[in-house]
Design a protein around this ligand. Sequence first.
Ligand SMILES: *[C@@H]1O[C@H](CO)[C@@H](O)[C@H](O)[C@H]1NC(C)=O
Ligand SMILES: *[C@@H]1O[C@H](CO)[C@@H](O)[C@H](O)[C@H]1NC(C)=O
Ligand SMILES: *[C@@H]1O[C@H](CO)[C@@H](O)[C@H](O)[C@H]1NC(C)=O
Ligand SMILES: *[C@@H]1O[C@H](CO)[C@@H](O)[C@H](O)[C@H]1NC(C)=O
Length: 636
Amino acid sequence: MKSLGFFTVLVGLSQILGAAAALPWKDSKTRERLELMIRNRRVNNPDDFSKARTEDDPTQHPYYVDMPLDHFGTDPAAKGQTYKNRYYVQDAYYRPGGPVIFQDIGEDGLSGYLGYITKENLLPVMTARLYGGHNDHMHPDRLLILWEHRFYGASAPITNVSLNIGNATPKELTDFYQHHTIEQALEDVPVFANNFTYTFKNWPEDTPQPVLTPDKTPWVFIGCSYSANRGAWLAKRNPGLFKATLASSAPVQEQVNFWQYFVPIEEELAIVYKNCALDLHAAANWMTDAYATKNTTLVDTLLLAIYGDQWTKLVKYYGVDSPTLWLYRVDYLTNIAWTPFTDFQYVGVQAGILGTICTTMETAYDPAGNPDGVFATEPLERAVAAYTKAMVAVSGRETEASSTGTINPYLDGLSWSWQYCTEVGGFQIANTSRSTNLLPSFVDMKQQIDYCISTYGLSDRVTRDGPNVGPINEKYTGWNIELPNVLWTNGQFDPWRQLSIASPDAPEKKATAEIPDCGKSFPRGTQLQWVIRGGHHGSDFAEPIRFNTPLPSTTLTTATKAEPATTPQPRKEVVSDALNAQNLFLSAVKTWIECSTLAWTPTGVPAAGATPRSVTYPGVRHPIARAMVAAATPVP
Ligand SMILES: *[C@@H]1O[C@H](CO)[C@@H](O)[C@H](O)[C@H]1NC(C)=O
Ligand SMILES: *[C@@H]1O[C@H](CO)[C@@H](O)[C@H](O)[C@H]1NC(C)=O
Ligand SMILES: *[C@@H]1O[C@H](CO)[C@@H](O)[C@H](O)[C@H]1NC(C)=O
Ligand SMILES: *[C@@H]1O[C@H](CO)[C@@H](O)[C@H](O)[C@H]1NC(C)=O
């Protein structure tokens, strides 16, 4: 799941503004695109796809399947309507008899994720290449499918609205998105899988092409974040469709007010950057006060420093005291207050935007920093100046990502906000009663719901009560879900972990790293789980694994080591525990596929050392304490 992109709530007004108008929209849009850019960068690094394209490069050959728009026949107007759903197939690793790996991308177009079918050090290709649970280059045997979710990228009805979606009216958007629901998108998967055919080139003419539907060939689901939820939900609604599922960082408990998003951020900050934690809290309080008293003195200095001409034009157009300008102030301040956390869920404090902000702010007046922070030790004007300097230092980093291969560059952003406005929720907002709260009071439910209403209009789907998360929680039982043949992985500091089955708030659940033998299931209340020490959102996806490299031994991750407050080091090494999570998945896939009754002819032997260490976490509920206990547990 993405952290919230703060679109401006003032789109309509900005259209009145003419030349200056595009700017606020662009600014808020940029934040949304930044998410994609960060993810693309992680997926594509270090080398990219610039190498010579060949005819065999699967990224050059998208496939499209005609998908019914409405699977459930509830909408007479949609009867018989289909759209083209895009997917890619990597067959370079396929051998007859081998399984199918289904990589689900979730809430984004596929363009940024093509590395998942070409890059050998990323989890999907690794899984497709592995044979029998060990790293064997010689016996790859799996077909890899990269699947695009409906209404993202190229997989949506092509209409006047979708072709020009940035200018669609709320009513047009609401009509367009009628069949963009969790359940419709889930049903796409069995319909696709059960009808799946693939024609291999150069297949011997006297041999029939293999039958690859899940009743004949084992399918494996890989998903991360929202697509991990999809894997879990599919395992519950279509049992047996997939023989093994990886649910990496799956926030399966849906919640509208999700202030807990910031808890892991607060925790990691408290470990690596205590003074910065105090200052971001103080800055949030200052903005809250300025908002309450309508005191623009320092606020406008901050806005001018960051938005320059754009801000000056708005002030000139509306007048410094106008109520409309206040709405812009709040919108811009929201963007600024959010900036430190933009990439935290992927990279944590030290390697990301937050690290740069902290260093800049804490060393503004004293190279050694002050343990109490600038807000506690400097007059307010100077403290805000340090905060401003820090925000200016990162503002250039928000460059727009190009969005190729999609129907319209605005489609993905609007499709995801439709989902969180109607069914998903997860509003990442302030909780000002917390002494560690990091956001100003006006980043609240009302602001989120106002965005939803101003974008899509009021309807039975978008209401003043916010998204209706009830039906999905009831149907799939939220974080109480229990499934066979699913591995749940989470990052210790992943903000979304707070809604996962490994949440400290979830009902007590026993985690095991022992894969049950064939025919055996987990005891009630126990699930196959791995919490990645020092990990964030999808660390097991992002961390490259090296073929035939022994597992790292007792290396502690930097995130659990307290660094001196003012000298953060960007994290360069991999989160070593992510490799353990990956290995556990590969072992689980091997076990579960071999347990499947489908014809499948294993010829490999498991390598020694492929079995991951087994750790039973003691019943410590606080995540940090738990991590420390885990860190102290020697790795065999
Ligand atoms: C779509 O746009 C074209 C060109 O602007 C227009 O002629 C056509 O009537 C539109 N169709 C609908 C259904 O609005
Ligand atoms: C194949 O797809 C069609 C729709 O195109 C669907 O009605 C049917 O149920 C699918 N087949 C299976 C076995 O799911
Ligand atoms: C507004 O804030 C400035 C800077 O902190 C302060 O000097 C001034 O007294 C405040 N004005 C009011 C009316 O509170
Ligand atoms: C704010 O956090 C506290 C826990 O610190 C929690 O009890 C409370 O419900 C939260 N407030 C809101 C509005 O969610």
